[in-house]
Design a protein around this ligand. Structure first.
Ligand SMILES: Nc1ncnc2c1ncn2[C@@H]1O[C@H](COP(=O)(O)OP(=O)(O)OP(=O)(O)O)[C@@H](O)[C@H]1O
Length: 301
């Protein structure tokens, strides 16, 4: 008799990180990270410069050895995995110094060359169109602008139809319109089932794209959750903002917004540009960075 399992086993996570450390001598660049990225999820790693984001991502990509901890990426240890595993990954690394990457290839030539490494590559011209470079397909890459070259990096990252795509600060140098086009591209990859691990300094980008975010500061995970969960209780304290008599924009976080508005009304009459809203991810993130940077300085003193 055959039987169908009543509950089909859930898809295993794309990434599992437990107790991850990376030390350089006495310096702990990554200091005990734990997180998972579910299959099909878009996960953003946030954190100030030097927080340990790229080090973590490079360990997951198999480019850097860890000091300790366990890491599984698409079911394998990146330190041991082979070429088949790598073919399922797409990578857009942090920007490399100008002129170091591409010889004299055109956009189309470079992509066609890269596509040959993958068993199930995407169509070259479709990818060129998806990153908005159709008009530049025959142009030599080194003559493109910085933002256009970054689009080539993204195209190279997705040409192999990866199951898991790493994007390390992908939109640095993009103009606002290009960033929005890029977000559409990421959303469409995500809706096709691609798992995405993104690092970014643009909090609006994380808020728009990510199902969950992790905030790394000083090599440790200081917050982890859905965008609307970050900041815990603090995230529920509203922000009142208005324009003062001097024309300056002001804002204040308060548990009693109605009382503050009443006080402003007495003081200013009808306050200009009055708004009561939830704090943005950027405000909550900056709170976290301040809190942990101060704590680290106090410990060091
Ligand atoms: N090879 C190395 N030797 C010593 N220290 C290193 C080495 N590589 C990185 N570091 C240090 O590890 C820390 C984490 O660096 P990492 O590049 O992971 O930060 P990041 O969060 O990606 O920063 P950014 O936002 O600036 O890209 C930094 O203080 C960096 O100087």
């Amino acid at each position: 008799m055959t039987s169908t399992p009543r509950h089909p086993s859930p898809t295993p996570p794309a990434v599992v990180v437990a107790g991850l450390h990376k030390h350089y001598g006495a310096f702990r660049a990554v200091d005990g990270l734990d997180f998972t990225v579910a299959a099909g999820e878009t996960f953003a790693l946030l954190g100030p410069n030097g927080a340990g984001k790229s080090t973590t991502v490079e360990i997951l990509e198999g480019f850097r050895r860890r000091t300790s901890g366990t890491v599984s990426v698409l079911g394998e240890d990146p330190g041991q995995a082979g070429r088949g595993w790598r073919a399922d990954l797409g990578m857009v690394l942090q920007e490399l110094p100008e002129g170091e990457v591409y010889g004299s290839y055109t956009v189309r030539e470079q992509l066609a060359q890269q596509a040959r490494y993958y068993p199930n590559a995407r169509d070259v011209d479709e990818v060129i169109s998806a990153v908005g470079l159709t008009a530049k397909a025959g142009t030599r890459i080194r003559t493109l602008s910085g933002g256009q070259r970054r689009r080539v990096d993204v195209a190279l990252g997705i040409i192999g139809r990866p199951r898991l795509l790493f994007l390390d600060e992908p939109t640095t140098g993009f103009d606002p319109e290009a960033r929005r086009e890029f977000w559409d591209l990421i959303r469409s990859l995500s809706s096709d089932g691609t798992t995405i691990l993104l690092t970014t300094h643009y909090l609006d980008e994380a808020a728009v794209l990510a199902d969950r975010v992790g905030v790394i500061i000083g090599g440790k995970m200081r917050a982890l959750g859905r965008v609307d969960e970050i900041g815990g209780e603090a995230a529920r304290v509203p922000v009142v903002s208005w324009r003062g008599d001097d024309g300056e924009h002001r804002s204040q976080r308060t548990e009693t917004p109605a009382a503050l508005v009443a006080e402003l009304r007495t003081r200013l009459g009808e306050p200009r540009d009055l708004e009561i809203r939830r704090p943005t991810l950027e405000e909550l993130y900056l709170d976290l960075v301040r809190e942990h940077t101060t704590a680290t300085k106090e410990q060091a003193a």
